[in-house]
Design a protein around this ligand. Structure first.
Ligand code: GLA
Ligand code: ZN
Length: 681
């Protein structure tokens, strides 16, 4: 049985260079070119690379035929890297299976949603249930651990690669049925929670249950939700057996796996107990839209990834120049490589790693950006950008002694997302849950207020402000947590479409929000109006009826039960009904926003709330548009000032602050286009 790690472990490099800089290194593609491998080391040193991720897709080179292992080439690479001061994050190779394996054991190949078994090829497409695949990964992981775990250059396990997707084979379906039996115990309970009497879908034998597929059941909401939960469960279970194989040999080496931000398919919070460190792959589409908006969305993804464990994380992949899979593969404009990389550090990363070190010569990623291009030398713009960052990071070792510690949490919950998106309801053209969470994040980011992005299973007690947009589903005892939080003096902001269903998507009876949260908000919600795109209503402030802000998409019709009315609807048959309310509950307060408010309102709303509740801002200054600040606290408190404008910005600091890199005192610094400055608070 796998024991979850008790304390977070972050690999730190000895000496002053304590942040990791490097990336995916795939020498297995170049083993017949020793000159290339020798040049890699020279160029890595020039680029300030101190750490690579090795062997992510090397299974076929490590086990060229079944049970015949060839690890000598990898040993030579790791030795050579180490001799040159470069550490290794060592991958388990399960992200892509060798052709001999897929060819011999068909069961390792996934069955897709249409019921078709996939042929060998591609990657990230193995069955997580298959006993054969589990056994083969266990075997290769064991061999790797025995050979390399004691190597002083190997600092961390990189489990597989971007676990994702789902399999519909009969072994997965059986495992799903078993999971449901364990969850519900009896068929009566399942039938009740799934409300399966509807359309005569009562289950009378566990074997009557199938996953939701296009040619089968799609409309039992609780079934779809349980399937998604099962996919996460099975993925984590597969990951855990990978970890178990490693831990059996080397119990102390920390493990990570590279996650994908807001990827919809997995509840990443369920990974937190098994991973020692969270790492993730970040590919913003700079310069294709509004860079400030792109920066905000990226910041939120970093915050989500950090919040999974509440500790510093690693940026495991990013592109040094362009991708080859986005609709437009735009080059990063001068300065953006530095800023985008430092943004990760500002939000709690202790690394900047790339995909990949050297551009592949052939196959599907031959045009994906890499540190070393096909030209084969370091005299390129991209290489110089990387080297400049490497040399800057080498002097930022002190940053590793700090971490992001916000006063504010935004609740974002994957299971809530699945439930909202799957339910046929008021707005089948888009409920926009993630976008709404983003709307509440934006004003905080603009004001330099750090926020954690947590789910319903997380602890809320250390925050001053908890924002819970569209908390449609209540699960994991969230009602009690929120009651304790507010009565203990916290400030809660909730919105329309909250407390509608229980954890299995069964509606609360007796009025929304359910679970007793109507008392906390001091309101009850009777109906919800859905406005087509382009139609709006408005909210009018009670304190000054000349001040109005548009509302759109969803407008809930609520009644107060003790709450103060802060704003009312302007138009339609519900004109004059409350739309923003405030309620005292215990020592705290709970706000309810009954309609989707526009960004201008949320900006004003959170500015006032932050002031009233003493929420920490990175710096107390009015920053120009596109300039933001975020804070890492520790031995010194570091403010990361970032300019996402392609032009100079003048900053009026509230007081003189020390520039941590130049040592100079700053009062009205000018940040150039895409420039970043680290100041001591
Ligand atoms: C993902 C994968 C990498 C590579 C990059 C390309 O993040 O993990 O192997 O394919 O995308 O952007
Ligand atoms: Zn399967």
């Amino acid at each position: 049985m796998h024991e979850p790690a008790t304390k977070p472990i972050m690999p730190k490099l000895p000496g002053p260079a304590r942040l990791l800089h490097g990336g995916d290194y795939n020498p297995d593609q170049w083993l017949d070119s020793p000159d290339v491998l020798a040049q890699d080391i020279e160029l890595m040193k020039k680029a300030g690379v101190n750490c690579v991720s090795l062997g992510i897709f090397a299974w076929a080179k490590l086990e060229p035929e079944e049970s015949r292992y060839d690890l000598d080439w990898m040993a030579a690479i790791i030795d050579n890297l180490y001799d040159n001061g470069i550490y290794t994050i060592l991958a388990t190779p399960s992200g892509a299976k060798p052709n001999w394996l897929a060819h011999r054991y068909t069961e390792v190949c996934r069955v897709n949603r249409d019921g078709q078994r996939e042929l060998p090829g591609e990657r990230h497409n193995h069955c997580f249930t298959s006993p054969v695949y589990r056994e083969k990964t266990r075997a290769i992981n064991t061999v790797l651990a025995k050979r390399f775990a004691d190597h002083p250059g190997v600092i961390l396990w990189h489990l597989s690669n971007e676990y994702n997707g789902e399999c519909y084979c009969s072994q997965c379906v059986d495992a799903f049925r078993l999971w449901l039996r364990e969850k519900y115990g009896t068929m009566e309970k399942l039938n009740h929670q799934w409300w399966s009497a509807f359309w005569s879908h009562t289950i009378t034998d566990w074997n009557q249950i199938y996953p939701p597929v296009p040619y089968g059941e799609k409309n039992v909401h609780a079934l779809t939700l349980d399937w998604k939960r099962f996919v996460t469960h099975q993925t984590v279970d597969f990951m855990r057996q990978e970890i178990d194989a490693l831990r059996a040999v080397c119990p102390d080496m920390p493990v990570t796996t590279n996650l994908m931000g807001f990827y919809p398919g997995l509840n990443y919070f369920k990974f937190k107990d098994d991973l020692d460190i969270v790492s993730w792959d970040n590919y913003p589409q700079w310069h294709t839209g509004d860079d400030v908006e792109t920066a905000m969305v990226t910041a939120m993804a970093h915050d989500l990834m950090r919040s999974i464990k509440g500790e510093p994380f690693l940026l495991m992949e990013s592109t040094p120049s362009m991708t080859n899979w986005q609709p437009f593969s735009k080059l990063k404009r001068p300065g953006m490589h530095m800023l985008s990389s430092m943004q990760a550090i500002a939000h709690g990363s202790n690394s900047v790693q790339y995909f990949q070190w050297r551009k592949s010569r052939g196959s599907s990623e031959k045009f994906h950006g890499a540190v070393v291009d096909h030209c084969g030398h370091g005299n390129t713009r991209v290489f110089r950008d990387v080297a400049e960052l490497g040399s800057r990071m080498a002097d930022l070792g002190f940053v590793a002694d700090t971490a992001v510690r916000p006063d504010v949490a935004i609740l974002y919950d994957w299971e809530n997302r699945w439930a909202i998106d799957n339910a046929r309801g008021p707005r089948n053209s888009g409920m926009h849950y993630v976008e709404t969470v983003t709307d509440h994040y934006r004003p905080l980011w603009e004001m330099g207020i750090n926020a954690d992005i947590v789910d319903m299973e997380c602890d809320l007690s250390r925050y001053k402000l908890v924002i819970a947009p569209m908390l449609y589903m209540y699960r994991a005892g969230i009602e009690q947590k929120l009651k304790d939080f507010v009565s203990g003096g916290g400030t809660l902001v909730g919105t329309y479409w909250s407390g509608v269903v229980n954890e299995n998507d069964l509606c609360f009876l007796g009025g929304f929000p359910g679970g007793g949260m109507d008392e906390v908000f001091g309101i009850w919600a009777e109906e919800i109006d859905s406005l087509p795109d382009g139609q709006t209503n408005a909210l009018v402030l009670e304190s000054d009826r000349s001040v109005r802000y548009p509302v759109s998409e969803l407008c809930e019709l609520i009644h107060t039960r003790g709450a103060q009315v802060y704003a009312t609807y302007e138009r339609d048959f519900y004109a004059g009904m409350p739309v923003v309310t405030q309620n005292s509950y215990g020592n705290g307060e709970a706000w309810y926003l009954a309609a989707k408010a526009d960004p201008a309102f949320l900006r004003e709303f959170y500015r006032k709330l932050a002031l009233a509740r003493g929420i920490t801002m990175a710096i107390d200054a009015d920053l120009p548009h596109g300039v933001v600040a975020s804070l890492r606290k520790g031995t010194s408190d570091l403010v990361f000032l970032q300019n996402y404008n392609n032009q100079d910005a003048i900053i009026m600091l509230p007081t003189t602050m020390k520039n941590m890199e130049t040592g100079e005192a700053e009062r009205t610094p000018v940040l150039g286009p895409y420039e970043l400055m680290i100041l001591e608070l």
